[in-house]
Design a protein around this ligand. Structure first.
Ligand SMILES: [Zn+2]
Ligand SMILES: [Zn+2]
Length: 361
């Protein structure tokens, strides 16, 4: 087998750095002249998959602790230390000039040999079968729930939540645990309901892992301000998890708790503090996944929890003031028989926001 270099990476990094750091910067790929024709129409692709050779990484271990400390095989990791030192990254193509490609997101350092470039085409490159995806959108998450791959679940929940934090991790853990206990995870348990008692980061972990969301009416919100959730099936079986280790974070990560006070509570953090907190949160979140659920939560069986009926389909009405359509019970009729929506009526209404559910008048 013979592999030839087709070009080389040029950027400011002469020493290895973390891939996350490298990906924030732009790089240039200088393609060798003899391959110039091979770039014809490449600018039609917004993203490219770049294969390169880690020419400065030598030793590798077949199984070793990877990022976040858990033991994994080399083929189950993105480590640069591999039997064949080939790296592969999807980059954004910013522009092409002759044999030069300007890209963003490449995690290779200066003078890294490039061995192949191809357009990144999500329908072909996406893992799993598209047909399955369309019939069962949560198939992949269900698999992760069944196999207990909390790390991957949390990684993906970050897409919804926007950051990693301890309570997102707790939500993912609670959701995964409860679904498995209920024999769920079939992916289309339509009768599965989550009763959430908080609207903190925990709630995003629950929504992501269980698929019970604000939008699909499988989520019931009770404004108790407790880190707790009850997962239940309509016919009556349920399980409630309540996070009862209130001091766990303070005791185990005291400096990070101080950082939290400074940045979030008092809003006095510098940019540096914010970065440090973000990193600390990410580490704690992934750490937590290794704790047994019973050490973090009080777990109780619940028979016949009080569940609401299926979401009703309401009649439409049009507001005689603003003309906008609303669900009939959400408006107000007046004696002249006209319909008025809540904002036009000036009546008090309920709002769910950072402070929970409250009446605004
Ligand atoms: Zn969060
Ligand atoms: Zn109106």
């Amino acid at each position: 087998m013979e592999i030839e270099e087709i070009g080389v990476v040029k950027n400011r990094f002469t020493e290895p750095k973390s891939p996350d750091h490298l990906r924030k910067f732009e790089s240039t790929i200088e393609v060798n002249d003899e391959y110039l024709d091979g770039l014809e129409k490449i600018e039609n692709s917004e993203y490219l998959q770049v294969l390169f050779y880690f020419d400065r990484s030598d030793d590798y271990e077949l199984i070793a602790p990877r990022r976040h400390g858990n033991l994994r095989g080399v083929f189950a990791s993105r480590s640069p230390h591999r039997p064949n030192s080939i790296g592969s990254t999807v980059v954004k193509l910013l522009y092409r000039k002759d044999a030069t490609l300007r890209v963003k997101g490449l995690d290779a350092i200066n003078n890294t040999p490039v061995i192949d470039i191809k357009p990144y085409a999500p329908p072909f490159d996406r893992s799993g079968n598209e047909e399955i995806q369309k019939n069962q959108p949560r198939a992949e998450i269900v698999r992760l729930i069944k196999t207990g791959d909390l790390e991957e679940l949390l990684t993906r929940a970050g897409v919804l939540h926007g950051h990693y934090c301890p309570f997102l991790a707790l939500g993912v853990m609670a959701g995964q645990y409860a679904l498995n206990e209920l024999g769920g995870g079939s992916g289309d348990m339509e009768d599965l309901i989550a009763i959430l008692e908080t609207n903190s980061c925990f709630s995003d972990g629950i929504q992501y892992s269980t698929g019970c969301t604000f939008g699909n009416n499988a989520l019931v919100y009770r404004d108790y301000g407790k880190t707790a959730v009850t997962m239940a099936i309509r016919e009556g079986k349920g399980i409630r998890l309540y996070y009862n280790q209130e001091d766990y974070l303070e005791e185990n990560y005291p400096d990070r708790t101080d950082l939290f006070e400074k940045v979030v509570k008092n809003r006095e953090g510098t940019e540096e503090d914010e970065r440090a907190l973000k990193q600390a949160w990410t580490e704690i979140a992934f750490d937590l996944l290794h704790k047994p659920i019973e050490e973090l939560f009080k777990v109780e069986r619940v028979e016949y929890p009080d569940l609401p009926d299926y979401a009703p389909i309401y009649e439409d009405k049009y507001c005689s003031h603003c003309g906008e359509k609303y669900m009939a019970p959400k408006g107000i009729g007046d004696e002249n028989g006209s319909n008025i929506c809540i904002p036009c009526s000036g009546e008090p209404y309920l709002q769910l926001d950072g402070s929970g559910l409250r009446e605004i008048s």
